[in-house]
Design a protein around this ligand. Structure first.
Ligand SMILES: [Zn+2]
Length: 272
């Protein structure tokens, strides 16, 4: 029984570390405290205190200490930029290097000048500490230079705002290629890269009436490329053609079959 209990703790610590980076350490600290002090609190009270302490640290302590890892938290409540949902903040997945932080604000400002009702919506960025620590499942999001941002969507009346996304988490609802378009997913899966379209399994379509706002998404991808600090932008080949997105200074690249589909979000990175 004791061995099983220890094993469960080990598994939880590994999972929390992979998903949030700091969660595993907080788990060890909280449950270590209870064990050392021979607390009479039951498991539920212990779990509750972990959740309270974790939330406090994630929102108040990590943002203040991330500069030690040369990272800055992307804004949460801001007039031009927002996370897809608070889960990204709670899981500490919205940290970037200071230069990318500024680039995000500049791009969001550019977007707001054209479209005051739109905010720049970010998805996964990076963890707060340690260069080389990957933000799974994105192997390359490991140095604070990379971030994913959401497409712009319209409701059935053709109106767009930053709260519209067919997927709860912002990933996994694809703008599928049409019959006459390049079907990169097929090409990659035929070549044996089974993981290419895996996000399909995690995207739940919560609003089927939404459609991609092609002109505003095109504009956003071009604005991202126009920023001097931006090095590469990834988006699926059939969307580059369909939306006639300009390839500014050859920054639009194909990410490769070892990555995942990019017809549900935009990935970009700044120069080293
Ligand atoms: Zn990415």
């Amino acid at each position: 029984m004791k061995v099983l209990k220890s094993l469960i703790h080990v598994i939880i610590v590994i999972l929390l570390t992979l998903i949030t980076q700091v969660g595993g350490l907080i788990w060890i600290a909280v449950f270590g405290y209870f064990k050392y002090h021979k607390s009479v609190w039951n498991e539920w009270k212990r779990l509750g205190s972990f959740l309270v302490i974790y939330t406090f640290i994630a929102f108040a302590i990590v943002p203040l200490t991330a500069s030690l890892g040369n990272r800055k938290m992307l804004p949460v409540f801001h007039k031009t930029i927002k996370p897809q949902n608070l889960g990204y903040v709670l899981l500490c997945r919205n940290y970037v290097r200071a230069d990318l932080h500024k680039v995000m604000l500049d791009i969001a400002d550019d977007q707001a000048i054209n479209d005051p009702v739109l905010k720049l919506v970010y998805l996964d960025a990076g963890f707060p500490f340690i260069d080389g620590f990957p933000l799974l499942p994105h192997l390359s999001h490991n140095d604070g230079r990379k971030v994913d941002v959401a497409f712009v969507y319209s409701d059935s009346n053709g109106n767009s705002n930053q709260n519209l996304n067919p997927s709860l988490i912002g990933y996994g609802i694809y703008e599928e290629p049409k019959e006459n378009e390049v079907h990169q997913t097929q090409i990659c899966e035929d070549a044996g890269y089974w993981q290419y379209g895996y996000a399909n399994f995690i995207g739940f379509n919560t609003n089927k009436s939404l459609s991609l706002n092609e002109s505003k998404t095109k504009k956003l991808v071009e604005q991202i490329q126009s920023n001097d600090r931006v090095q590469k932008v990834f988006i699926e080949p059939h969307l580059i053609n369909r939306l006639r997105i300009k390839n500014i200074q050859s920054k639009l690249r194909f990410h490769g079959c070892h990555a995942v589909r990019h017809d549900d979000h935009i990935h970009f990175q700044v120069k080293p």
